[in-house]
Structure formats: structure tokens, C-alpha cells
Design a protein around this ligand. Structure first.
Ligand code: ATR
Length: 289
């Protein structure tokens, strides 16, 4: 149980999340949970900032004493040009989701989604190996870019399938590596042959969206099936994988793991990812936030 705690002091560390709109964001709940659990003198606040005001908002954060922020939809790409430095991973993904402000007020742009995806994959599917077979990534949007970068950096071969082939080709070209192949949407079932991992990075399977139409039969029995959708936690894709006794990785873990680097940098403590925080977020999702 979380004990009631004293309110923040004048010396509290400040961070938050900037988006537009912002009310859907789970990040205040997640960071707030960890702050309460570790009884830290700190606050993490939601900030609704219109795209026209993003440059002003990011410029003023160091002057307000913020340690940093998360950046979410629709600002992840535009934030890249508005920080003082962008790290290599964020540049390859083409988006910033975490900003860390140093003592001199310089804003460093990071992208922790690749880290979050990989940390969760290793957590929930410890038997997965990057050299166990190709990883099939479904989708070619911003989320796919992060997942592909994570997988490539781990040493995996990546097959991309996307409804709009040109977007998948652009992703492969941008990353400039021979370790990606692009397959036609019509051939998506065949692309699963011999794969060690399949990841859905599209919005298909989300509540209110159609399911991803993918036949898992060609997958080896040792394959892992991952979804980055977490509403619902058990997407139709993950249920189909479970019915075939394949290992599954859900999207909630990625949400939690991607938050770790920001929390550690701003608040000075590495937060734990365990059943307690997962259960808290599942309850929160069920309550509608
Ligand atoms: P994000 O940045 O969150 O990844 P996005 O850039 O809008 O979001 O990408 C959404 C992904 O879901 C894309 O790969 C998109 O495919 P297209 O590039 O063809 O648009 C995919 N997607 C969304 N709806 C889809 C559908 N009904 N069928 C197939 N793919 C779909």
C-alpha cells in the first residue's frame, strides 16, 4: 500500500509531460506512482501545449527550474529541432520523447522508446535471442522506427511489413542498413516463416479498431509475439498467439520501461518495474484513467 505522504517542499524536483491534448497521457499516473512509492520530494505534471507554443514552452523550462520533460503526440518530431542537443538514438528514430536539462540549462533530447521496447521484450520473453531468427515488424510509423532501431542495435535481422509499402521503404532507407528487408502487405503471412519475433506497432487491435489480420500458423513454435498496443492488454493478436502456445509480450511493459531513463535522470533514482506498478496501471486503465 502507498502511505499518505507530505506535500512537496520548496526544493522539489520538477518534471512533466508536454502534449496536445494531454488528458489521455498515462505518464503522470506512472511517474506519480513511483514518486509516491519512493517518497521523493518531486512533482511530475501534465502540460497541454499547442504546437504553435512548443518552442516557447521548451525554451522556458530551464528558466523555471525543470529537470526535464517527456514529450508526446504531436510534438515528438518537432521537439528534435527545439532542443540544444539530440542523442544518436533519437536522431535515428527521428523523434524525441524525453528531454533532460542539465545544470547549465542545456536541453538534451533522447528517445527512450527503443530502450523501453527492448527492456520489456527481455523482461517478458527472456528466451528470445536476437540471432534466433528474423524479427518481423508490422507497421512503419513512429513507433515502428523505435522498435526497429532497438532490434537492429541488439543485432537482429528485421523484416518490415506495412500497408503502405513506400513508408516501409523510407524507414529502411533512412536507417541505411542491409539488416532490414521490406515485404509486401499481401505477403505478410509468408513473411512470418522462420521468424523468432513478430511485433505489431500499428494501431490495429486497439479498442475501437479492427484486429490485425495476420495468420500466425507459419511461425515456428518458439516464436515470440509482441504488441505495443496496451488497450486492451490482451489484443486479438496476443490472444491468437496464446491460443497457439506462443510466448507473448504486451504493450504495457514498454510504456513502463520507456519511462525509466527520464525518471532516473530527473529524480535521481532508478525506478523498479514489477507486478505492483503493472497492477496499478492496469487498475488505472480499467478505471478509465
Ligand atoms: P505511430 O507514430 O504511433 O506509429 P502512425 O505514424 O500513424 O503512428 O503509424 C500508424 C501505423 O499503423 C502505420 O504503419 C499504418 O500503416 P500505413 O503506413 O499504411 O498508414 C498502420 N495502420 C493504421 N491503420 C491501419 C489499417 N487499417 N491497416 C493496416 N495498417 C494500418
Amino acid at each position: 500500500m502507498i502511505e499518505p505522504r507530505p506535500s512537496i517542499s520548496g526544493g522539489a524536483r520538477l518534471a512533466g509531460v508536454i502534449g496536445w491534448p494531454i488528458s489521455h497521457s498515462r505518464s503522470p499516473r506512472l511517474h506519480g506512482y513511483w514518486l509516491a512509492r519512493y517518497n521523493l520530494d518531486a512533482a511530475y505534471v501534465p502540460m497541454e501545449v499547442h504546437p504553435d507554443d512548443l518552442a516557447d514552452a521548451l525554451a522556458v523550462l530551464p528558466k523555471l527550474g525543470f529537470r526535464g520533460v517527456n514529450v508526446t503526440v504531436p510534438h515528438k518530431e518537432s521537439a528534435m529541432a527545439l532542443v540544444d542537443r539530440v542523442d544518436d538514438t533519437a536522431r535515428r528514430i527521428g523523434a524525441v520523447n524525453t528531454i533532460v536539462i542539465d545544470a547549465a540549462g542545456r536541453r538534451l533530447g533522447l528517445n527512450t522508446d527503443a530502450f523501453g521496447f527492448m527492456a520489456n521484450l527481455r523482461d517478458q520473453a527472456p528466451l528470445w535471442r536476437p540471432d534466433g531468427g528474423p524479427a518481423v515488424v508490422v507497421g512503419a510509423g513512429g513507433a515502428a522506427r523505435a522498435v526497429v532501431v532497438g532490434l537492429l542495435d541488439a543485432g537482429a535481422e528485421v523484416r518490415i511489413i506495412n500497408r503502405t509499402r513506400t513508408r516501409a521503404d523510407a524507414l529502411a532507407r533512412d536507417l541505411g542498413t542491409p539488416h532490414i528487408t521490406v515485404h509486401d502487405w499481401e505477403d505478410r503471412n509468408a513473411a512470418l516463416r522462420g521468424a523468432a519475433l513478430v511485433v505489431n506497432t500499428t494501431t490495429l487491435g486497439m479498442a475501437g479498431q479492427p484486429a490485425l489480420d495476420l495468420d500466425l500458423a507459419p511461425l515456428p513454435g518458439t516464436a515470440v509475439v509482441a504488441d505495443i498496443v496496451y488497450t486492451p492488454l490482451w489484443t486479438p493478436l496476443l490472444k491468437a498467439a496464446r491460443a497457439r502456445h506462443l510466448a507473448t509480450v504486451d504493450g504495457l511493459g514498454m510504456l513502463i520501461h520507456q519511462a525509466r531513463p527520464g525518471f532516473a535522470a530527473w529524480f535521481g533514482r532508478e525506478p523498479e518495474v514489477d507486478k505492483a506498478v503493472r497492477d496499478y496501471l492496469v487498475r488505472d486503465l480499467e478505471d478509465g484513467g
